[in-house]
Design a protein around this ligand. Structure first.
Ligand code: MD0
Ligand code: SF4
Length: 366
């Protein structure tokens, strides 16, 4: 067995060459503190090269916590009878989005479970596409939608309404683990949605979960799946045990694991967006996530509007910590700064243009 040298692997990443599966597995297995520090420093150098000191921030509106699915890790799963659910009205959604926009976020992420109200009726989705267009107009910000594995027609409605991003996380690219985590859902069907959204010109975000029984090789395979779909935003989130779910007694993984994965994502996707989510530990560990190479803070939630997070339903929300004011002192401490809305708008505009060009070239080839 040949052995890899850390300096070689980091050097390769710094010269923007793709890392192989074994190299990724090697990085994820680092144990020595000084080696891990070198990895994080390299991730920071790469982030700096493409984004300078600028960090983006996303406002999050989880507008329906109803879901027809039964994911084992998720508190919104249909068989969780303990869950107090809500579904926000159009005007509540617009109000939350506007208040986030006023606070200075760069994007609005409209998220819901696979709410049967929507999945049962076409008109509801049509209404949602219209609402997305209204929110985009009213806030003047790019828009992400995370509505689950919607139909082809609905994806098209979103694309036509001007939705910029489609987010739909696989959580794992190990099919056996996927079947365990997302019983009754189709692995290929979910993957296909992202490819279709991309073909329609929407940017895509792919995400994985750490601490659900995945191996380092699974993570390396996820990196290659993310590369294959051309995701513009790639994320990892630590599993948080949820009351009322079959995984409530499982432990949340050590945060070091998530940090190593963030750093590996940065090395693998130096010029892509990589979130540090407030939905895992609230403000705690935000600094560490950024120091591992993340460049977007996600899950900012306006306080006192009755909105919840996904993994952390209430942590730090009403305290006003999941806000722009909450994160700025953390950015300051490590020499980072909040980007302008214009910086973000330009990034999205440029990527969407690139994608349209690629899509046209593909059409020309067939
Ligand atoms: C977050 N809670 O950013 C949100 C969520 C959905 N598009 C994003 C997982 O952490
Ligand atoms: Fe529903 Fe999404 Fe939760 Fe699965 S992860 S139960 S699809 S809200």
């Amino acid at each position: 067995m040949f052995s890899l040298k850390l300096e070689d692997v980091l050097g390769k990443a710094l010269s923007l060459r793709s890392l192989t599966g074994p190299e990724i597995v090697f990085l994820l297995g680092l144990k020595e503190e000084d080696e891990i520090c070198l990895l994080f420093q390299t991730a920071q150098v790469l982030r700096e090269r493409f984004f300078g000191p600028k960090v983006f921030a996303y406002g999050f509106v989880y507008f329906s916590t109803y879901c027809r699915n039964n994911c084992r890790f998720c508190s919104s799963r249909i068989s969780n009878r303990q869950k107090l659910r809500y579904r926000k009205t159009e005007s509540e959604i617009r109000e939350a989005a506007s208040s986030l926009a006023k606070s200075g976020v760069h994007l609005i992420d409209l998220t819901m479970g696979e709410d049967p109200r929507y999945y049962g009726r076409r008109e509801e989705f049509e209404g949602l596409a219209e609402l997305a267009a209204v929110v985009k107009r009213e806030t003047g910000l790019p828009l992400m939608i995370s509505p689950g594995a919607v139909s082809e027609k609905t994806l098209r409605d979103f694309a036509e309404a001007g939705v910029d991003w489609y987010a739909c996380y696989q959580e794992t690219h190990n099919r056996r683990l996927f079947d365990e985590l997302r019983p009754g859902q189709s692995y290929d069907g979910r993957m296909l949605k992202k490819y279709r959204a991309r073909d329609m010109g929407m940017l895509i975000e792919e995400g994985i979960m750490a601490g659900v029984g995945e191996t380092n090789l699974d993570i390396a395979n996820s990196v290659s799946a993310m590369r294959g779909m051309g995701a513009q935003q790639t994320r990892v989130m630590s599993f948080i045990p949820q009351d009322g779910t079959p995984m409530v007694d499982r432990h949340s993984p050590l945060r070091l694991r998530e940090l190593l994965i963030i750093a590996v994502l940065r090395l693998a996707f130096p010029d892509r967006l990589i979130p540090a989510s407030l939905d895992i530990d609230g403000l705690a560990n935000l600094k560490e996530r950024l120091e591992a190479g993340a460049n977007v803070v996600t899950s900012l939630i306006p306080p006192s509007m009755g909105l919840s997070g996904v993994s952390q339903a209430s942590l730090d929300i009403n305290e006003g910590n999941r806000t722009i004011q909450g994160i700025i002192p953390v950015l300051d401490k490590i020499g980072l700064e909040l980007a302008d809305a214009e910086d973000y708008g330009n990034w999205v505009g440029k990527e969407r243009k690139k994608l349209r060009r690629q899509n046209l070239n593909c059409e020309a080839e067939v």
